[in-house]
Design a protein around this ligand. Sequence first.
Ligand code: TRP
Length: 346
Amino acid sequence: MSSTDPLLPPHDKQRTLTGITTTGTPHLGNYVGAIRPAIESSRRADNLSFYFLADLHALIKTQTPENIHQSSQEIAATWLALGLDVNNAIFYRQSDVTEIPELCWLLTCMAAKGLMNRGHAYKTAVQANQEANEDPDSGITMGLYSYPILMAADILMFNADKVPVGKDQIQHVEMARDIAARFNHHFGEHFTLPQAVVDDNMAVLQGLDGRKMSKSYHNTIPLFLPEKQLKKHINKIKTNLLEPGEPKDPDTSTVFQIWQAFANEEQTATMRQAFVEGIAWGEAKKKLFELINETIGESREHYFSLMEKPDYIENVLQQGAKKARAYSIPLLANLREAVGIRAFSA
Ligand code: TRP
C-alpha cells in the first residue's frame, strides 16, 4: 500500500478533498452549500483537508484569461476571509501542483473511453447539439470529454478518502474509483478508492428567481457585496403579490428559505410565525438583509482588504502548494516507477 511507503507522508488521518472551479464570483449558494461546511471541517484536528482552486478545470469552461485570474483571486480571498484554517488544511492552486496533469495522463491511459462516453457533462452537450440539429460533437473539446479524468487525478494524487460534492459530481467520484481500481489492478495498490460524500441536508439555496442559485442561471447574490448592493440584490428576490397583513407560506418562499440558511433555530421559528401573521415582503427582506449583513460583515471587511493584497494571497497559495507537493512528488515518483518510466542509471 502506498500508505505504508516510507517516502510518502503517513496516512494517519482521514483525508477529505474538494476542488472549486475558478469561474465566477462566490455567491450565497456557494457559501451555504460548500464553503461554510468546508471551513468548519478545515478546523477539525482528526481530519486532513485538501482544498484547491481548480483552475485547470476552469479552462474547460472559459476561454477568457481575465475571468480565470479574477475568479481565482476572489475565491482564494473569500475562503481566507471566512477563516479557512490554512495551518490545519492544505489550500493550493491545482496548476501549481504540476504532478496533477502528469498523473492525469497516466490515468488517461487507464480510463476506458466507454466510461467517458457516459459522462453526464459530455452527454448533456451532445444532446444539446442533437436538439439543435448540429453535429453531435460540435463545439465539444477533449477537455470537456475527459474532464472526469482530470478530476480523478486531483483526488487520487492525494489518496483522498472522502470527497464532499454536490449530487451532480457523484458520477465523477465514481469514475475516479473505477480508474483507480483499474490502475491498482495493473500496477499494484497505489491508490485509495475515494468515496463521494453528499450531505442530503445540505442547503441548496434558491436564487433571485426561485430556481437553484447558480451562476449559469444568472440569479445569484454574490457573497461579498458592499452593503447597498447587497440590499439591492435582496430586494430583487422574487415574491408573490400578497399584501402586508395577508398570511404568507414560508415553505414556498425564497426569502424564508435563505433566512433559514443563515438563522438559528429560534430566529427561524420567529420568522415562520411572522410569515403566518402576514409580515410585509419589504419588512421580511429588510430583516433578511440585516441578518446576512451581520453574519458576513466582518469577513467582508477582511475580504476587501485581502483583495488589495494579492501578494499575500499568492504567498499563502505557494505555501499550500509546497505542502501539497510533499504528497504529490513522492507518489508520482512511485507511479512512474510502477508503470515503467525509469532512469537507466541505478
Ligand atoms: N468538478 C468540480 C465541480 O465542478 C470541481 C472539482 C475539480 C472537484 N476537481 C475536483 C471536486 C476534485 C471534488 C474533487 O464542482
